[in-house]
Ligand binder design. Structure first.
Ligand code: PLP
Length: 231
């Protein structure tokens, strides 16, 4: 088990993040319950995650299928109402495991992936929810569909493959003001009539809420700094 003091500090930091979400939502004249905290638990132990589940939190995000497979099956069996989001890039050869383990895949960014996910859903007789990841800064070497191709991919996902796409997700360019990128993603989601917007991390989630985020993905503010980097 995690030590009592670690559990205490996790609880304090978790409550502080929840308060900050409520404050940011109210400031933006938005209902706080319209903003879902997705706790980004990559590299964190099952024990630390369980502390948060026992505090009543239910929505978590993992980056890697393999890591999630190691940590989550037991936790899910114990807490069946947990909702697990995949927030890291997905290779098609991991689609089977991803469909089996996750409830929401936030990182659909190409037709081939949509096609493989659709086939897996069918095989497993399971319907997940999806978001399209947008490379909102149009950066080279970054995952996500280019903004000007998002509408076409959305049409393919829905009309060709029957995926339940509910929103857009982005990770803005590192080291720049995030607000123009958040605003751009919000505009794009509005143009596409998509209700959900997953944007904002530890450094900028209040800003993301101000600009319309319905899902904020927060790790460091709750767990402290990660010991090792994870993609
Ligand atoms: C790790 C991660 C987060 C959380 O980042 P923090 O800065 O630790 O809050 C959010 N989104 C994605 C895609 C991540 O990989």
């Amino acid at each position: 088990m995690e030590s009592l003091s670690l559990a205490n500090s996790l609880e304090q930091r978790y409550r502080a993040v929840v308060e900050e979400i409520v404050r940011a939502a109210r400031q933006a004249n938005r209902a706080p319950e319209k903003v879902q905290l997705v706790i980004a638990s990559k590299t964190q132990s099952a024990d630390a995650i369980e502390v948060l589940i026992q505090l009543g939190h239910r929505v978590f995000g993992e980056n890697r299928v393999q890591e999630a497979q190691e940590k989550w099956p037991l936790l899910r069996a114990k807490y069946p109402d947990v909702q697990l989001h995949l927030i890291g890039p997905l290779q098609t050869n991991k689609a089977k495991e991803a469909v089996h383990l996750f409830d929401v895949i936030e990182t659909v960014d190409r037709e081939r992936l949509a096609k493989v996910l659709a086939a897996e859903q069918e095989k497993q007789n399971k319907k997940l929810r999806y978001m399209i990841e947008v490379n909102i800064g149009a950066e080279e070497q970054k995952s996500g569909i280019m903004p000007n191709a998002a509408m076409f991919l959305l049409g393919q996902c829905r009309d060709v493959y029957g995926l339940a796409v509910e929103g857009l997700m982005c990770i803005p360019p590192v080291g720049q003001q995030a607000s123009p990128y958040f605003a751009r993603l919000a505009k794009l989601a509005g143009d596409l009539s998509l209700p959900n917007l997953s944007m904002g991390m530890t450094s900028d989630f209040p800003l993301a809420i101000q600009l319309g985020a319905t899902h904020v993905r927060v790790g460091t503010a709750i767990f402290g700094h990660r010991a090792v980097a994870a993609g």
